[in-house]
Ligand binder design. Sequence first.
Ligand code: AVJ
Length: 309
Amino acid sequence: MKTHLNVKAPSNILSGLFEEKKWISSKFLYDEQGSQLFEQITDLPEYYQTRTEARILLENLSTWKSVFHEPSALIELGSGSSKKTKILLDHVKNIESYIPIDISEEFLADTVTQLQTSYPEIHIQGVSADYTQPFTLPDLKGKKKVIFFPGSTIGNFEPGEAERFLGNIRSLLEPGDELILGVDRKKDETVIEAAYDDAAGVTAAFNKNLITRINREHEASIDVESFSHVALYNSSAGRIEMHLESVRDQVLSVGGHTIEVKKQERIHTENSYKYDPEDIIQLGRSSGFLLQRVVSDEREYFSVCLMEV
Ligand code: AVJ
């Protein structure tokens, strides 16, 4: 079984810098340093998402128990350290196989080794793949398949991409299988903007790390401090945007090219879309899923959605 998705993702970190409206794909945020910074972001007081989702998972155990009421395989997209997954593995029976899928092979190997020690009775089979590209699942005959896509990672897809992506995920599943999807909700923009512009400056460092990465990978020497971090909620599009804003007129010299950047000109570096339940119903409809259940925190900042084929 294969999934396929063409995302608006240039092969090169520089290519969007030659366009009229400069941009860098958010996938380039996650080099080693960037992945570490993102881990730090998840602990920030302003970044409510990770904590809230973990709490929702813990406070709705009966929901997950009924999802896994028969022998099942849990397939996680972008598993990372599998922190949230442990909540499911610790409290739910019938998870016979766990298939973490992650792009970072080393990270995945470590996670699998550690988890296998903690959960000797679960068959753990890591798949090292970019899950936005075609990938193959191991044979899971006779088991209910439950796809777990937490963290509001879906928010980084453009709406049309999210639809196509979930449509492809849908094609891996059969009637009776399910999808557990974590989404960050639309809310007061000051709350969202603070989560992407924290007081300690970790998100700013995460964004500016793109400049550091360009310097390292393309033998450039752009002044990291010549850009400032900008995070703004675009309410009509329902997304938070990150940009790098030039503090002065400058000419970047990278990869044998020169790029003119005006003072206050912005390089768009990330979109993170927010989804309310009605948006999820819509997304489900257009990708072949039926929204079955939405569980949220009391502030309705975040939702975990249960979708069936
Ligand atoms: C990993 C895409 C879920 O959008 O909240 C965090 C990335 N960017 N702070 C998010 C991110 C800035 C994060 N996701």
